[in-house]
Design a protein around this ligand. Structure first.
Ligand SMILES: C[S@@+](CC[C@H](N)C(=O)[O-])C[C@H]1O[C@@H](n2cnc3c(N)ncnc32)[C@H](O)[C@@H]1O
Length: 365
């Protein structure tokens, strides 16, 4: 007889906080993750999210949200460890010493934190990921020719990536896009491979976002939640987010509310038959519960039922990783063409702070 051991929610969450590989650029969240991993009350609080939600992002987002939006909460000593809460030029207290303050803060504000964790989704909208979309569109421009494309972003959050054509870009010493835009995206370039001309893009026939729970760029609460999801040290990202939200609020893209699994087949049927379409998703599939991943992939593929589909994504690490030195980490900027063949166009930092080109397209099946 075999005994099936199922992991309790607390232990599953403990695992997430024990090895939080995601917080490379946040010393505070790395230090606080160790505190959470060793505290059952905090783990139980963090375990209260909706299925599929990353407990680390959700928990730290909820704490940051309370600190940013509630003047009383901000009086707590925990605030002194958050660079995002300090006046310009002030230095935050050492991250390594923040643990006891977090434990006390969570005990005092457990109900408010539970309410946020139980209702909000991890909807981080990193406008810098528009660079991944632009890079991918440039790579497929030659294949699409002068035919206009329908662009669909799955997991669009506030739709910031869909306005990629309103931003300026600097990559590897070259400038692209609108040099006068208030949103300027700057990324490092690594590798010796080719960068496509990021100004040679297909024309857009339409743009549309799809999200389980669209974030309203005009809604103050929604904007505050997005701000809270930016890690405390990443002030530059906070400023960029505010600039992008202001820009996009002037002309928000249309967004369809619903689970991609449910809405994409109907959307495919409504697209003009035979016309090219590009679907993009970044940091979205990673939030889909494991048992729904096949259905998610099938729903995306269904967009190709009525016309040629280019499927572009930034989700997981390249596998196999074609680089000699993989120490930088990163995720694959992957393109699957209408013939079903996949290739990795580049490896990119999760927030698109850098792009590493690959010398030879690597087939991924
Ligand atoms: C972490 S955010 C990333 C947002 C954006 N793609 C970016 O790169 O900044 C993930 C988004 O995917 C959405 N999402 C997750 N699962 C989804 C699904 N099955 N269908 C539609 N949207 C989904 C969430 O609501 C959230 O807005």
């Amino acid at each position: 007889m075999t005994t099936k051991i199922t992991e309790s929610p607390r232990e599953r969450v403990r695992r997430a906080f024990t090895e939080p590989g995601e917080f490379r650029t946040s010393p505070l969240y790395r230090a606080l993750s160790r505190t959470v991993a060793g505290d059952d009350a905090l783990l139980d609080l963090a375990a209260g999210g909706r299925p599929g939600q990353y407990p680390t992002f959700l928990f730290f987002g909820a704490v940051h949200h309370l600190l940013l939006t509630d003047a009383d909460a901000r009086e707590h000593p925990l605030a002194a460890y958050y660079p995002s809460l300090l006046p310009p030029g002030a230095t935050a207290r050492p991250a390594e010493e923040a643990g006891p303050a977090l434990v006390d803060f969570c005990a005092r504000h457990a109900d408010a934190l539970r309410a946020v964790i139980g209702t909000r989704l991890v909807q981080t909208n990193q406008v810098q990921r528009a660079l991944g979309l632009r890079f991918g569109l440039a790579a497929i421009a030659a294949e699409i020719g002068d035919r206009p494309v329908h662009l669909i972003e799955v997991g669009t959050s506030a739709g910031l990536n869909l306005r990629f054509d309103r931003y300026g870009y600097r990559l590897g010493g070259r400038r692209y896009g609108d040099p006068d835009s208030p949103v300027q995206l700057v990324a490092e370039l690594h590798g010796n491979g080719e960068v496509p001309d990021l100004d040679a893009l297909p024309r857009l026939a339409s743009v549309l976002g799809v999200d389980l729970h669209p974030v309203d760029v005009l809604d103050r609460d929604d904007r505050q939640w997005l701000r809270a999801l930016v890690w405390p040290e990443n002030q530059d990202q906070g400023l960029l987010l505010a600039a992008a939200l202001d820009l996009v609020a002037g002309d928000p893209p249309p967004i369809l509310a619903g689970d991609a699994i449910d809405v994409l087949p109907g959307l495919a049927a409504s697209l003009p038959a035979g016309e090219p379409r590009v679907v993009y998703h970044s940091a979205t599939r990673m939030h889909v519960p494991a048992e729904r991943l096949d259905a998610f992939d099938a729903a995306i593929a269904s967009l190709g039922d009525t016309g040629p589909l280019w499927w572009l994504s930034v989700e997981e690490a390249p596998d196999p990783d074609p680089r000699e030195d993989t120490s930088r980490g990163g995720a694959a900027l992957r393109l699957r063409g209408p013939d079903g063949a996949s290739r990795d166009l580049a490896v990119v930092e999760g927030h698109l702070r850098w792009v590493e080109t690959l010398p030879v397209p690597s087939p991924t099946g």
